[in-house]
Design a protein around this ligand. Structure first.
Ligand SMILES: *Cc1c(COP(=O)(O)O)cnc(C)c1O
Length: 523
């Protein structure tokens, strides 16, 4: 039996007819760049990821390059500034940093998850650190609460390399609920919340009757799509009203707003709640009671704005900006090169759109020395078709992964830890082969007709292109290493022991069973 590592022919064939139709539509339209296919795909992808803006560009590397370049153009970063980044990543992540004359500061992964070790980040932060660039490697979310806290504490930009994890969500439950409540305070908070629910203020009562649709029509349109709860517990706080799907909280103040220290307390409360990706709208009692229409209009507008990510959101919406690759082999792949940036930052979005189009915001007027890095209409049209099926395709990948986890049992093989509700989208299925037998397993499987690939055989800091880089004190064989060279042992061991098994939405069960059987027979 043949099990190719990845058959792009088969992947395209799943939605072949619709893809062909989309391509023909563009061919016949006579419009091939910067048209309505780009506009539609950008809009749909931004909605899917959960950001305000999406800017299509030529490929994933460019997407990352443009994010750093835009921050430099906007004066947020300067050449020579440091960017914290995982040491075990595809080289594009590092190239985007060095291309902008920024300095990569490499962090080892956690051996259990293969994602950046958030315990090692804080000691690597210096006064020149301007950003943390996380990579959702292999399709697993690398974002943690600790990383969010560090970004706040040191005022760092958080950039996501989402080339491998389209569709993945941060592990916090997007629904919120009890799991977002502080476990120790929960019993106490629950009693408070219950009490409040039975004793609403007048303003709360009025707002609840509108939000709960007991009065059928709100003045500003139909809020019916948005389901609110009242007295909802998040962390150590009780929110007056919360829309969990849309990550929106509404607070009606007025009880204590003139008391000393209330502003400070509100600021802390806001910070804690925003950590979970929630936004807070605050109204006074008077606004709710005397200007109800306007209050409802503001709520409607907020409901129609997508939530800005945070824990529980999709990867690509968790930080300040994210680079996405639609290289054909990625979970959402074009039939050629393509990429995009997602962000909620309007200024950044504008700068990136210009940079990827020669640096121009207006025809024949050039604000930046940009490049030509645009997304083809034909690729945008194809991506828009495939985006519709992405979640379905991910489910299939997860089924293949579950089968591997449950059936591969060979003492020579270790898996990255499978965490509860981690929402891995399995762009790749990495295994660790012990006793130096990785290459032997690769060759053995190749003989049996099974394709496997190493991700990645040489870590970025060991690559020839960075052998003489001034920042590269990690490479123990670098001529410049001097005293600081200490290597990156976990990353280097990974490069020698990782092997990726076939995984895709179109593998057949016989193929998956065959892979498992052959692996289990390997000695
Ligand atoms: C694929 C990939 C990229 C680069 O994307 P291209 O579209 O090939 O330029 C960047 N980072 C990671 C982690 C990748 O896997």
């Amino acid at each position: 039996m043949q099990v190719p590592f990845l058959s792009l022919h088969d992947v395209t064939a799943i939605h072949g007819e619709e893809i062909r139709e989309a391509a023909h539509r563009v061919i016949d339209s006579g419009w091939y760049l910067q048209g309505k296919e780009n506009e539609l795909f950008e809009q749909h992808y931004a909605e899917y990821i959960g950001t305000k803006y999406c800017i299509g560009c030529a490929n994933g590397l460019d997407a990352l390059i443009w994010i750093f370049r835009a921050y430099i153009e906007l004066g947020v970063m300067q050449p020579g500034d440091e960017v914290i980044v995982p040491a075990n990543t595809y080289i594009a992540t590092i190239l985007a940093i060095t291309e902008n004359d920024l300095k990569p500061v490499l962090i080892e992964p956690k051996p259990e998850t293969l994602e950046i070790d958030d315990n090692l980040i804080e000691t690597a932060i210096t006064p020149r650190t301007k950003a943390i660039c996380i990579v959702h490697l292999y399709g697993r979310c690398a974002m943690t609460e600790k990383i969010a806290d560090l970004c706040k504490k040191y005022n760092l930009k958080l950039i996501e390399d989402n080339a491998q994890a389209h569709g993945c969500r941060a592990p916090q439950s997007p629904k919120g609920g009890v799991d977002l409540a502080d476990p120790i305070l929960y019993p106490l908070l629950k009693d408070f919340a219950n009490h409040n629910r039975h004793n609403p203020t007048e303003a709360e009562e009025v707002l609840w009757s509108l939000l709960s649709h007991r009065k059928s029509k709100s003045p500003s349109g139909d809020l019916g799509a948005y389901k609110f709860r009242r007295q909802h517990i998040i962390d150590r706080y009780i929110a007056d009203f919360a829309c969990l799907d849309n990550k929106l909280i509404i607070e009606v103040d007025g009880k204590y707003h003139n008391l000393n220290g209330q502003a400070e307390e509100d600021a802390i409360r806001t910070q804690v709640i925003e950590k979970y990706g929630y936004r807070i709208l605050r109204f006074t009692n008077e606004e709710v009671l005397c200007d109800t229409d306007n209050t409802m209009r503001k709520i409607m507008t907020a409901c129609q704005t997508p939530p800005s990510g945070g824990l529980g959101g999709r990867t690509g919406s968790l930080g300040d900006a994210a680079g996405h690759s639609f290289y054909p082999g990625k979970n959402l792949g074009a039939l050629g090169d393509a990429g995009a940036v997602t962000t909620n930052d309007e200024e950044l979005a504008k700068a990136i759109r210009a940079l990827a189009n020669y640096g121009s915001q207006k025809k024949y007027v050039f604000k930046y020395t940009g490049r030509n890095s645009r997304l083809d209409e034909i690729q945008a049209a194809i991506l828009d078709v495939k985006l519709k099926y992405l979640d379905e395709d991910i489910t299939k990948r997860q089924e293949v992964a579950a089968y591997y986890y449950d059936h591969i049992s060979n003492p020579l093989i270790e898996f990255p830890t499978r965490l509860p509700n981690e929402n891995n989208v399995y762009h790749l299925f990495p295994i660790i082969v012990k006793e130096g037998k990785r290459d032997a397993l690769h060759d053995y499987l190749a003989e049996k007709g099974i394709g496997t690939v190493i991700h990645y055989p040489i870590a970025p800091h060991k690559q020839e292109c960075y052998a003489k880089a001034a920042w590269n004190h990690y490479n123990t064989s670098s001529p410049l290493q001097g005293e600081v060279g200490k290597g990156l042992p976990i990353t280097e061991i990974l490069a020698d022991s990782e092997l990726s098994l076939p995984i895709s939405p179109c593998l057949k069960s016989e193929q998956i069973e065959y892979v498992v059987k052959k692996i289990n027979q390997f000695r």
